[in-house]
Design a protein around this ligand. Structure first.
Ligand code: NOJ
Length: 533
């Protein structure tokens, strides 16, 4: 570790979906006291910061992504005192707390919106995005909500439409109104003042919309009856207005009042490295614009290499890259790539140049759960049939009922594989996914070259292999990954010889000649090449 580097350049972020991590009071929903109970596990795992999905007061239409009070903890999760205790207890274990802030929209129950919809003359009217109907009574434009239907809902009492990029219960705030910006700065100050080490900001690049409310143009890749109907149009006017960078710069200044605490930005999913680089905004924008490319690209060594090379090169000097392979909105890694390749994913994530984020349960290889439609909880699943519930099932701690997550009835069913796939069982198994994650985390933490070294990929000439060097001050590490189910052999003569310091398979610590390096099926290795003479 480089003590002078900020934590978010040294560290590993672990995302906790609080409803599903640990329930302490038997109501079937995880809570802050539950997280506190599990801090020792997280310290043992070796992560540096916990990002907790939203815990502020909310009617839970979108499970906390619909806030009705930015200044309080939802009673389901606990109290502000519990939160303070969490920050303190985490700090004792050198773990930072990152909260999730949802500034783009509030709940329709938020007092600001209640006032805003009370009358057209209400002083809070302009805090939200209101617009007149077209002459035929239809919505102002063709913008679509992510979770089904138009992004506009008619308010019969005041006879205008209001905008919501997500459900109608999540009205969008109007960031052209300076009072809204000031209000959100107040929220940021409140939480940073309470000791959070950074804030993950929900849909940060969507805060500003086209001033003239112009239609979104059709997406040429859209196929009627095949594509998700909510992606019929390119969202170029309904979101991602270029003015948003100025707004983020302004919010960043509020963060900077508290020292070096990052904005971890949830930006639109893209593989366009120029767009991703733009988000750093000359180091005055967000510090960690989340890189979701790995959620979009096929698991193909050539494609991945090409992307990583271009992304790594595009991140501006002084900017910190980052990698995300999963989160609470996407199908689980183990299901996307299969369990064997999920181990290769772990090695890639934890050896690339940039801050890794681990989603809870992936360290056990938890698969995407198959939730039957009548049990859907997610509004996206209920409205358009594409549920995110499968990646939100209870954390699997042990083989007691409900995997040790709750004494009550869990809000989502526990995945049936918990009897064998759980923290307790995997802790005692050196071949487990958990043991692998722990080894790789420890290796990363102890190896400055992996933390700070440069990245350069190598052309192996062998299909399905992804090989790269990390170099710091002449000290070289080589990571060689086999993305296939057959054994491969590589001839990387220029690299000489080294010693394997980690393998996705059970530890393999032999000295190797890189001129004749074999990798077993689905195997990745990290090789210490030592210092250049
Ligand atoms: C992105 C979040 O990750 C997702 O879970 C949520 O539904 C939307 N933003 C709306 O806040």
């Amino acid at each position: 570790m480089n003590p002078s580097a900020p934590w978010w350049k040294n560290g590993i972020i672990y995302q906790v979906y609080p409803r599903s991590f640990q329930d302490s009071n038997g109501d079937g929903v995880g809570d802050l006291q539950g997280i506190i109970q599990r801090l020792d596990y997280l310290a043992w795992l070796g992560i540096d910061a916990i990002w907790i999905s939203p815990i502020m007061r909310s009617p839970m239409v979108d499970f906390g992504y619909d806030v009705s009070d930015y200044y309080d903890i939802d009673p389901l999760f606990g109290t502000l005192a519990d939160f303070d205790q969490l920050v303190t207890e985490a700090a004792v274990r050198q773990i930072k707390i990152v909260i999730d802030l949802v500034p783009n929209h509030t709940s329709d129950q938020h007092p600001w919106f209640v006032e805003s919809r009370a009358s057209r003359e209400n002083p809070r009217r302009a805090w939200y995005m209101w617009a007149d109907a077209k002459p035929d009574g239809s919505p102002p434009n063709n913008w679509l909500a992510y979770f089904g239907g138009s992004a506009w809902t008619w308010d019969a009492m005041t006879e205008q439409y209001y905008l919501h990029l997500f459900t109608p219960e999540q009205p969008d705030l109007n960031y052209r109104n300076p009072l809204v910006v000031e209000a959100m700065k107040g929220v940021i100050r409140f939480w940073l003042g309470r000791g959070v080490a950074g804030i993950r900001v929900d849909v940060i690049d969507r805060l500003l919309k086209d001033l003239e409310l112009r239609d979104d143009p059709p997406d040429p890749s859209y196929v009627e009856g095949v594509s998700n109907p909510q992606f019929k149009y390119l969202r170029v006017n309904s979101e991602q207005h270029p003015d948003v960078y100025g707004l983020i710069r302004e919010l960043r200044k509020t963060f900077d009042e508290f020292g070096d605490r990052p904005i971890i930005g949830e930006i639109a999913y893209t593989t366009d490295v120029a767009k991703m680089a733009r988000c750093y905004d000359d180091m005055q924008g967000m510090q960690l614009p989340y890189n979701f490319a790995m959620l979009m690209l096929p698991w193909d060594a050539a494609v991945l290499r090409d992307f990583i090379d271009r992304y790594d090169a595009a991140v501006p000097p002084g900017g910190q890259p980052n990698y995300v392979f999963s989160n609470h909105d996407q199908p689980r890694i183990a299901t996307r790539y299969g369990e064997a390749q999920a181990r290769v994913v772990a090695m890639l994530l934890l050896t690339l140049r940039g801050t890794p984020t681990i989603y809870y349960g992936d360290e056990l290889g938890m698969p995407e759960a198959d939730i039957s439609p009548e049990l859907f909880q997610d509004p996206q699943g209920i409205n358009i049939g594409i549920t995110r519930d499968g990646c939100r099932t209870p954390m699997q701690w042990d083989m007691t009922p409900n995997a040790g997550f709750t004494n009550g009835t869990p809000w989502l069913p526990t995945s049936p594989d918990y009897l064998t796939r759980n923290v307790e069982a995997q802790t005692n198994d050196p071949a487990s996914m958990l043991a692998l994650y722990r080894r790789l985390i420890a290796l990363r933490r102890a190896t400055p070259t992996l933390l700070y070294g440069s990245y350069r990929s190598l052309d192996t000439g062998v299909a399905d292999t992804l090989v790269y060097l990390r170099v710091l001050g002449g000290v070289r590490m080589c990571v060689a990954l086999n993305l296939s189910e057959r054994m491969v052999s590589l001839a990387l003569r220029d690299l000489g010889s080294g010693r394997i310091v980690a393998s996705t398979h059970l530890d393999r610590t032999e000295p190797v000649d890189l001129g004749a390096l074999y990798l077993r099926e689905n195997e990745g290795v990290v090789i210490d090449l030592g210092a250049l003479a």
